[in-house]
Structure formats: C-alpha cells, structure tokens
Design a protein around this ligand. Structure first.
Ligand code: ADP
Ligand code: MG
Length: 900
C-alpha cells in the first residue's frame, strides 16, 4: 500500500484506526495476526540446534570414533563407558550453553526499545516489539523510529535516514500527501522508516508496517547481521586450530613410537586417540562465550546492562573513563542558591524589582502536574520552582503574557528563548550560559559586563552553574524566529546560581579508578570554573598538572597538538557533544583504551567509536543507547567502575581457566609420552584419560568462572587488550607444570610397579586425577596463596572439587566401577601415599607464587595506591615500548589560554 500518496484521513481509514489510537483489544488481536514488530533473528538457537551443536563438537566425534574402534575390538565395556562420558559431557555443555543463551536473551529484552503510543485515547509506553499497524505513535528528538510510519502531524521534525538511504543530511518531514507517482524512499517525506531516528522536533504518526514488513525488514532478509566474536575468542580460535594439529601430531607420534616398540596394537590405537583428545582444547572458545554471557548477567545486578558481549571482555582494559558531569558525577538535583538582579534594570513589562523572577517564570519548560509535582529537566525545574516560591508562578505569568513562540535550548548555543505577547509589544526572554548572553547584549550594556563577569566567576568558582537572563522588546513577532533575529540587542536582567551536589559514591569511585590505573575525565557543557570546582571536590583534579580545557581551546588545537596534551586533561568544559569524538580519537591515538559516556543524539558517534560506549539508562535517548556497548541503568559513575571491576574479574577467570586446562593437558601428555621412554608400560587405559580429561578436569575448570574478584584486582594497571594470552608466564607455566605432573605420575607408576606391583595402575590414574584437583585449587589466584583466598569464597569450586574427589573414590572402591575402569581398591596406606604424592603439584605452584611474591612485592599483593597525580602508565601495545609518562615533556597550557 502506498500510504505516502493518500491524505492522512484516508490512511487512517485504510488502517482501521483513529487519531485516538487503537483500542487495547484490537491491538492485541492485531499483534496475533501480524506477529511481533521484530526483524527475524537468524542467530537465535533453538533447543534442538543447541543439542546438535553439542553433538557435532569435534571432540565428541573423535570420542564416538574411539567408541567405534572399541566396539570393533569387542571391548564392550569401553564402549559403554565412552558413550556415558559422551552423554555426560554433552549434557554439561548443553546446560551451560542453554543458560548462556537464556541470559543473553533476557539482557536483550531489557535493552529492547520502547515506543510512546496512544491506546484507548491514553498515552502509554509499550515495547516497540508490540506495535501493530494502526497504532498511533508519538515521537520526539532522540527516538528511534520503531516501525514504518505515516506522519499525522510534524513540528520541525528532522529524521536521520542515513542507515537506510545512505543520505547523510537529515530529512525534514511533512505530513502532506504526495501527488501520485514513483518515489524513492528518501523522497517519501510523509513516511518514517523503522530504524531511522529523529534528530529534531516532534511528531505523531500511524504505524503502517511492522517487523519484516518494513523497509528495514526487506533489507534485513538480505543481510542478516553476523555474530561477532570477541578479540579473545578470535585469538583462542586460532590457537585452537594450531593445537588441534599439534594434538593429531602428538597422537600419531605416540602411535608410531608404540608400534615400533611392539605395544599391543588395539590398546595402543585407543590410547593414541585418547591422547589426541587430551591435547585438544576444543572447549575453550565455547567456554569463553559462556563466561562472558554469565558475566553479563551478573553485571545487570550491578546496574550495568551489556548490549554487546565483547564489552564484558574489554571492560577490564579501560584506561580512560570520560564521563558527563551532570547526572553521572552529580545527582542532577539542582537548587537555586543565589540570585542577582541588575539594580538599574528597566524594561517596561518586567516591572521594577521583580524583573528577574518574571523572566524566570516565563522562560521555562518545567511544568507542574495535578499534584503540584514539577516535571522536566532539573535545571528548568529548579529555576521555575524558585520563581514560583517567590510568588511568580509560570501559570499566572503566562496568563498575563501568553507565549507566542520559542527557540528551544541546544547545547551548542547554550541558551533558549521564549517570546510573549505584552501590551507594549513582543517580549523576548533569553536564558542561558552567561558567556553566550554577553555576546548578544546591546551595545549600551557593554560597560556593565566586567562587573557582572566578576560576580559570575565568583559563583562559578564555588561550583555553581550560573544561568543568566536577558530580555528585549520587539514591536512585533518577527517573520522568522532564529537566533539571529531574536537573540541580539538584549538587555541583561540578572542571573541565578544553581548547585548540583556531587554523588556521594562518585568520589570513592574516582579514587578507585586512580588506584586501578584508570584516569577519570569529566566532560561538561558547564563553565570551566564550575567544572573545575566540581572536579576538585571529586578528586578528579588533584594537582597543577591536571588540565582544564575548554571547547574553544579545543577548536584552536590541531590534532597533533591536542594528542600531545590529551593525557593530561582531566576536565573538558563548555564543550559541544560533537567534540567528544575528537577526545576519543586523540586518546586512542595515544594508545589509550577509552570508555565514554553520553546521553544525546549528538553523542552517538563518540559512543560508537569509543572502545566502550556507555549510554544513560534513565536520562539517555534511544539513539545513544543503540550506539552504546553498555547501558548504565542508574546513570551512576560508580557503576562504570564496578563494571570495570567485573570485567577484570571475568577476563582474569578466563585466563585462569586456560592456565588450568592447558597445564592439565600438558601433564596428561607428558605422562603418556615419557613413561614408555623410561621402560615402563603405557600407564593408563584410554577410558582413564577420557575420564580425567572430560570429567575430573572439566568440572573444576567450569567452577573457575565463578571465582570472585581478587582483592587487589583494582589496584593493578589495566589489562593490555593486545597482550597475547601467553604473556604473564603462561607458556612457561604450562611447560613446567606439565613436566611436573608427568614426572610425579610416572614416579608413582615406577615406584608402584617395582614395589608391590599390584595396584600400580589405579594409583597412577588417581595421582593424575588428584594432582589436577590440587592444581584447580591453586590456579584460582595468580599470585595470592590459595589459603589466603580460601575455598569458601567460591562455592561452585568447593562443590566441583568435592564431587570430583567423591567420583574418583567411587571408581577406586565400588566393584561395579572397578570392573568398568579396570581399577582395584587401594589399601589405606596406598590411598594416603597417592594423595601425598598428588599434593606435590599443589605445593610446587604455591611455592612458585610465594617466590614471585617475594621477588616483586609491589606489583603483586595489595600494593599501595600509586600517588594520585601520576598519570596511569598505559599498557604497552604489542611491538611498542611501554610509554613512560614521566619522561614525556609536559607542556602546561598558559593560564591566559584557560580563561576566555
Ligand atoms: P552538561 O554537559 O553538564 O549536561 P549542558 O550541555 O546541559 O551541560 O549545559 C551546558 C550549558 O548550557 C550550561 O552550563 C548552561 O549554561 C546552559 N544550559 C543548560 N541547561 C539550560 C537550560 N535549560 N536553559 C538555558 N541554558 C541552559
Ligand atoms: Mg545537560
């Protein structure tokens, strides 16, 4: 249907709707008919697909092959055991993946956008997915257009359709029907398209198409968004491929050597396959996804909603947090603390003595509801309430001087104006940043400016947001209402100073950032003196080296000059949202890892380009949320810091998991490979290897994901995102722990064979199993002693270790399992000896940690907080020397540049 060529009334008739919107039952009925207003998601996995995914796993296929080989050789018991292991392994894998999938789904629901509609004639908020054709929606600047729409009424409506048409200039929309003809999308001026967004103005519109029946849906069938994997996942995938080849080589080599030595072929073949399985790190990439998804779920409890999964991983690498001031560092609860009125002010309508209060009551967007509650922007509310308390209410004054027109606030002009009818003519009242007003004052007013400026600066220096009022009388309403026609030749009326108290938890969070090697930077549209005062009270500025840069100064700097000093800037004042992008790029050019907050439409590019873009859940526009990687549900700065802590924990736990699994596999490989070289028989049966690798190894490994934050995790510098996983001694750890596990196990085997000689295989098998349990216990911390972090901090780990230990005892002592696994019950002394020998690995790793703690005490255990003024040392990127901030020439900006 071509809704753009019919009049609005005709469109309404065709859609079976009215300007009062649909009735709720009709909407419900239509939702069933048309389906949800969503694009089909090709990536959501069904339960069947999840199960299939588990079964198609390479490792499972190899296992099934092993079962087949056993079956051919008539080893039915082995077949059953292998199949049982396959099932248990697949169930664990499935449950984990299912939980992760559910967690992500829940998060997506929380992040889903909403739409403002009229239903039964009442304004209501509904999930955008629940919109149906015929719904009447209300739009305002910052909204994403939720479905294809036919406009009913528009007010200065401008829409960014670049995502759909590629056209970068914003399109001005108009409800008038178009003459019949062919129009490309970009020319259908009375239609709005799903996925584009409102940059300006307001509108009402009927929904004409939803879900896949929208222009966006038509494209979406062609290009389904690809799943993105995180940097770590990509690296692990590459590593995994190499290790898979290595595993095959190891297996083949083992088989060849055994064959030359004349080992029995059947058993040799099975053990070779098992060995290859032990060396395959197949589960790694999947485990990373699961850890990230479960981490994202935990983050919601801390009020950080993850929109893009890789953000969980990269949060731990943040070196700069650039944050808005108002509402994020402060409470956004403004109160008028001081007012000043120009004493000899004269303008006929703003009667003597009350000019300022009259201006305050007239120039405001704040409204009161039936209960007398104030609604609107906190600055607006504070000013209007103050005037009302002094007997100058908006309602009463607007009754006398009706509003004719207005020029809304924008953060680039930093002021707003209202026009009112008075007996003497049209009154213009302008309110805004005092600096912006000074530039527009009448020439007769210039003499008073220095005195006013002194007063304003004194207030701003105490952290007040100062808003000035100016006015003028026009003979009649100008034909065109623009800043140039009305915001000139003004007469200054007075100003008000507002205070917005800092959030109590913000100061603590800033200090935490410093300790964690992260620099907190404040970005605000406020005056530099106001900003500086607030920054000092929060601890963002602590020394003379910390710079305050204004938007004007920023425009004067070219890229190299800005990059030169960007790392010293702690406060950006009087900046436009557009400049945020420059700040992000400059920091990134200095190899910083930047988190940036934003709430407006203009912030979207900066949010997209930041390493972590953070939108405000309460005060943010939909466009900013869509562009962000993470949404702050409580708009609180402290939540960002909390999220970073979680990011570091999650990343750290993934590394611990890799350490554990790879060192464990190395141990199994060493055992099997070296035993024959010492003239010993192959120490283990294939099922023993599978059992250790998939069950006793796997459960404690999974439990590592639940490891809580290490106490010093926020006292260390950030994780370098480019650092290889083998940094921090991982490669060396795998080698020496692998050799040790192998050595201990082979030692046990040799001793047992030459001693009693009866239970040697059960003892060898158990030593290998118990060694890994000890390893799981100790890898929980990279540096801290396992006793210090305690076992009870991680209940799933406690459960996994107990369960695994219990299972191993079952295999040793229950006749049924003795039969299946060909084990023999150990005597008490034998069990004791086995446990003692197994603990060697645990003690060795603990000793290694102790030595490294003694050797470099500062970088490990609870290091003292680094001195505040020193800028954080950014982690060195691969192939580059670490930057030494202290060696860089500091180039202080001269004072005059700081003042306008
Ligand atoms: P922030 O980045 O702290 O949110 P804004 O961009 O909202 O700052 O505001 C920047 C400046 O614009 C303020 O310092 C103030 O001078 C002016 N301003 C803010 N709100 C209003 C308003 N409602 N009316 C007029 N001027 C305003
Ligand atoms: Mg603001």
């Amino acid at each position: 249907m071509d809704y753009h060529i019919v009049p609005v009334e005709e469109a309404a008739r065709l859609l079976g709707t009215t300007p009062a919107g649909l009735a709720t039952p009709t909407a419900r009925q239509r939702l069933i008919e048309h389906g949800p207003n969503q694009l089909a998601d090709a990536h959501r996995k069904t339960i069947g697909q999840l199960v299939l995914h588990q079964l198609l796993d390479v490792m499972i296929l190899v296992l099934l092959a092993a079962a087949g080989v056993s079956g051919l050789m008539g080893e039915w018991k082995s077949v059953y055991v292998i199949l049982a292991i396959v099932v248990v392994n697949a169930v664990i894998g499935f449950l984990q993946e299912y939980r992760a999938e559910k967690a992500m789904e829940a998060l997506q629901k929380m992040a889903a956008s909403q739409a403002q509609v009229l239903r039964d004639g009442q304004a209501a908020k509904v999930a955008a997915a629940d919109l149906v054709p015929g719904d009447m929606v209300l739009l305002e600047a910052g909204n994403i257009i939720p479905a294809d729409l036919r406009f009913i009424e528009t007010h200065a409506l401008k829409v960014d359709e670049s995502s759909l048409t590629g056209e970068s200039t914003n399109v001005e929309k108009d409800p008038a029907p178009l003459p019949a003809g062919d129009y490309p999308l970009g020319d259908r001026l009375n239609l709005g398209f799903k996925g584009t967004f409102v940059t300006n103005g307001r509108a009402t519109a009927y929904v004409v198409g939803t879900g896949m029946h929208t222009e966006l849906g038509r494209i979406a069938t062609l290009i389904q968004t690809a799943e993105t994997s995180t940097p770590l996942q990509k690296r692990l995938a590459t590593l995994g491929k190499r290790l898979a080849v290595a595993a095959l080589v190891v297996g083949a080599l083992f088989f060849a050597v055994g064959w030359l030595r004349g080992e029995p072929l059947r058993e040799l073949l099975l053990v070779s396959i098992s060995l290859a399985i032990a060396a395959l790190p197949e589960a790694l990439p999947a485990l990373v996804t699961i850890s990230l998804a479960l981490g994202a779920k935990r983050l919601v409890d801390s009020h950080a909603l993850i929109r893009k999964l890789p953000a969980v991983e990269t949060l731990g690498s943040v070196t700069y947090i650039c944050t808005d001031k108002t509402g994020t560092l402060t409470l956004n609860k403004m109160t008028v603390e001081e007012v000043f009125e120009v004493p000899d002010f004269r303008l006929p309508v703003l009667e003597d003595g009350h000019g300022l209060l009259t201006a305050m009551a007239l120039n405001t967007d704040a409204t009161q509801d039936d209960q007398g509650q104030w609604l609107g922007d906190s600055t607006e509310v504070a000013l209007a309430r103050y005037a009302a308390e002094q007997e100058h209410s908006r309602a009463a004054l607007e009754a006398r001087f009706p509003r004719l027109a207005e020029l809304p606030f924008d953060s680039e002009r930093k002021c707003m104006s209202t026009l009112h009818q008075t007996p003497q003519g049209v009154l213009v009242v302008t309110k805004g940043a005092v600096g912006s007003l000074f530039a527009q004052l009448d020439t007769s007013q210039q003499a008073g400016i220095p005195d006013l400026k002194r007063r304003v600066d004194a207030l701003a220096g105490q952290g007040h947001r100062v808003l000035g009022y100016a006015a003028r009388l026009l003979p009649e309403l100008p034909a065109e209402i623009t800043s140039a026609t009305i915001e000139t030749g003004l007469v200054f009326v007075g100003f008000a100073g507002l205070l917005d108290p800092p959030r109590p938890e913000a100061r603590q969070a800033v200090a935490e950032c410093k300790a964690a090697g992260i620099t907190a930077v404040m970005i605000t549209g406020d005056h530099q003196l106001t900003a500086r005062a607030v920054a000092e009270s929060l601890g963002i500025i602590t020394s003379g080296e910390d710079l305050v840069l204004t938007g004007k100064e920023l425009t004067q700097l070219d890229e190299p000059a800005f990059a030169e000093l960007v790392e010293q800037v702690r406060v950006y004042a009087r900046v436009d949202p557009a400049q945020k992008l420059r700040i992000v790029s400059a920091l990134q050019s200095r190899h910083q890892f930047v988190a940036m907050t934003g709430d407006g439409v203009n912030d979207a590019p900066a949010l997209k380009n930041a390493d972590i873009g953070i939108a405000m859940g309460i005060n943010g526009t939909e466009v900013s949320k869509e562009a962000a990687h993470m949404i702050l549900l409580d708009d609180d700065f402290a939540t960002i810091v909390e999220a970073v802590r979680h990011g570091r924990r999650i990343y750290g736990n993934i590394l611990k998991f890799i350490r554990y699994i790879m060192a464990g596999s190395a141990g199994e490989i060493c055992t099997l490979f070296f035993a024959p070289l010492f003239g010993l028989p192959i120490p283990l049966l294939a099922i023993h290897i599978l059992w250790i690798n998939l069950i006793t190894d796997g459960l404690p490994g999974l439990a590592l994901a639940y490891e809580p934050s290490e106490p010093n995790s926020m006292k260390r510098p950030p994780i370098d995102p480019k650092q290889t996983i083998f940094a921090d001694g991982l490669g060396w750890f795998i080698v020496w722990v692998g050799l040790l596990v192998g050595g201990v196990t082979i030692g046990m085997q040799a001793w047992a064979i030459h001693g009693a000689g009866t239970h040697w295989q059960t003892m060898t098998f158990s030593v290998l199993c118990f060694s890994q349990l000890g390893l799981a216990f100790t890898v929980r911390s990279r540096h801290e002693s396992a006793f210090r972090i305690g076992l009870f901090a991680n209940k799933p780990m406690l459960g996994a270790l107990t369960l695994t230990f219990g299972l191993q005892l079952l295999i040793i002592y229950v006749p049924f399992f003795n039969d299946l696994f060909r084990t023999e019950p150990l005597t008490w002394p034998e069990l004791g000896l086995t446990l003692a020998v197994s603990s060697v690995v645990f003690w060795a790793v603990e000793a290694h940690k102790l030595v490294s703690r003694l050797r470099e005490p500062a970088s490990v255990s609870s290091a003292p907080v680094p001195p505040a003024p020193t800028p954080a040392t950014p982690p060195a990127r691969a192939g580059e020397p670490a930057q030494q901030p202290t060696n860089r020439p500091t180039k202080p900006i001269s004072e005059p540049l700081l003042q306008p």
